[in-house]
Design a protein around this ligand. Structure first.
Ligand code: GAP
Length: 478
């Protein structure tokens, strides 16, 4: 039987498609596993999340600058970064369904589903998993899978192959030259431009470089919609510091990033978890986890990468990547914050998509996003399609559309127009009616309370700016 959360998740996926937020990639060809496209409202929401992140990082911190580096890079970079040798995951096949899985994720999902948060049994299983991974004892992992009776969700059998290791990077054939890789993290573009940015922008330690961009990983266990994709977007920032200040900045960035998330959503949905299984480049790490409909999962990683990357790039590129300060040469340490844009999108979508029972007994679907993230800031309607009301509404729309992302609609009755805007998360609706002709006022309706009041046409622009602008949330971060 499906659990309530599964039903909600199915509803969320279907809502995202019906209302033009997210479509399966290559839909008319049957889709492509773990790859998705963003529709008209999806791209607006995604851009608004990016804008909020970008401003929080590069506008509010005057020692952080932005960059936009290429996806394709010299192949040697991936040897230096350790990704060619160490960016590996485990895989296992089910001989009956012919489906491929990550055994560590099968076990983690199993314990999440079957045990409560602080259960001793859960802790023991996770400890054994962690130890087997650490010792690379894949036989014990295979035995654990068996002991827990974990079956393939499709064939429902335990007919598993041996566990193997595979590299997560996508390789591109490059004719007679060295093969290229699609970057699995945006960070390496930042490390390789450390000196270019430092010199051109006269940056002094401590300083940061931020970027938003696509990353690619050949994920085997791909499910849960846009949570784990093969092509996804990251918002990363590398903060270059003096080694003595590692602890200070690691704590600063953990706190700042958590504060950022808490501005977006409910405190109970977020938790900070120290890493036990560190990535090959990190000496310390913590995840900010979000309570998705399928449990608490990582949304952002904060790592201390120390001098791992710059040191290796120095060695492989034979170029000095040091700073000279107080008559001393040193390789800076790096604290990294790495947020998944698509996971942030999914977190917001699952947190704010609601089915609400109204006083009259009907149900409305409403996407209660923070106003400043909503894809459309306001909708302008005529009450009826006659008596000059559409002309006035269109005139207001055309005047305001330069400064705000708006929608003009007259295709349905006013009640249905409101419902559609609720479903895509539009915070404000302005309706032109007969009083508009006499008094130059319109009816303004709030999405969340559904309250209505009259406002002057001349005030609409200011109201939209005040209600939906980034000013208030950004000030909370100061
Ligand atoms: N540069 C460090 C780094 O890439 P990570 O923990 O592997 O660290 C950072 O990834 C963030 O990128 C994750 O917290 C997650 O939000 C996002 N991410 C990673 N793999 C992903 C995938 N396959 N699909 C969607 N988002 C992913």
């Amino acid at each position: 039987m499906k659990k309530c959360n599964d039903h909600f998740f199915d509803f969320l996926v279907s809502h995202a498609k019906i209302y033009g937020f997210i479509f399966p990639s290559s839909d008319i060809y049957g889709g492509l596993n773990a790859v998705y496209d963003y529709g008209p409202y999806g791209v607006e929401l995604k851009n608004n999340i990016k804008k909020f992140w970008w401003k929080s990082m590069t506008h509010l911190h005057d020692n952080i600058v932005g960059i936009d580096t290429s996806i394709l890079m010299n192949s040697e970079i991936w040897n230096a970064s350790g990704h060619v040798k160490k960016f590996n995951e485990l895989l296992i096949d089910n001989k009956d369904s012919k489906k491929r899985y990550r055994p560590d994720l099968l076990i983690k999902d199993y314990v999440d589903k079957n045990f409560s948060k602080n259960s001793k049994k859960k802790e023991n299983i996770l400890y054994r998993l962690f130890e087997s991974l650490r010792k690379k004892d894949f036989l014990d992992l295979r035995i654990l899978l068996n002991e827990l009776n974990i079956c393939d969700p499709i064939s429902k059998t335990k007919n598993w192959t041996k566990i193997r290791v595979f590299n997560m990077m996508f390789k591109i054939k490059n004719e007679s030259r060295k093969d290229l890789f699609l970057r699995p993290e945006t960070a390496q573009g930042i490390f390789c431009n450390f000196h270019n940015v430092k010199k051109s922008n006269r940056m002094k330690i401590p300083f940061g470089i931020a970027q938003v961009g696509k990353s690619f990983r050949n994920e085997i266990f791909s499910s849960k919609f846009i949570f784990r994709m093969r092509e996804f977007e990251q918002m990363e920032m590398q903060f270059f510091i003096h080694p003595k200040e590692e602890n200070k900045w690691y704590e600063y960035w953990k706190n700042f990033r958590l504060k950022w998330h808490l501005i977006l959503g409910n405190k109970a949905n977020y938790q900070l978890r120290d890493h036990d299984d560190l990535a090959h480049y990190a000496s310390a790490g913590a995840d900010i986890e979000y309570h998705f409909p399928f449990g608490f999962k990582e949304i952002e990683g904060i790592h201390s990468r120390r001098d791992f990357d710059l040191k290796n790039h120095e060695f492989f590129s034979k170029k000095k990547l040091r700073v000279y300060e107080h008559q001393k040469n040193y390789i800076p340490y790096v604290i990294e914050t790495s947020l998944g844009l698509d996971r942030t999108f999914l977190a917001l979508f699952s947190s704010f998509l609601k089915k609400e029972k109204l006083k009259n007994g009907t149900i409305r679907i409403v996407l209660k996003l923070p106003y400043y993230l909503s894809p459309i800031k306001a909708a302008i309607f005529p009450l009826v399609r006659k008596d000059g009301l559409p002309e006035i509404a269109k005139k207001i729309f055309n005047y305001l559309k330069i400064n705000h992302k708006l929608i003009y609609d007259q295709k349905e009755s006013i009640g249905k127009l409101y419902r559609r805007q609720d479903a895509i998360g539009t915070p404000l609706c302005f309706t032109v009616d007969y009083e508009t002709i006499e008094k130059n006022t319109v009816t303004m309706r709030y999405r969340d309370s559904m309250e209505q009041k009259r406002v002057c046409i001349k005030d609409i622009s200011k109201i939209i700016e005040e209600e939906t602008g980034l000013d208030k949330p950004l000030r909370k971060l100061l």
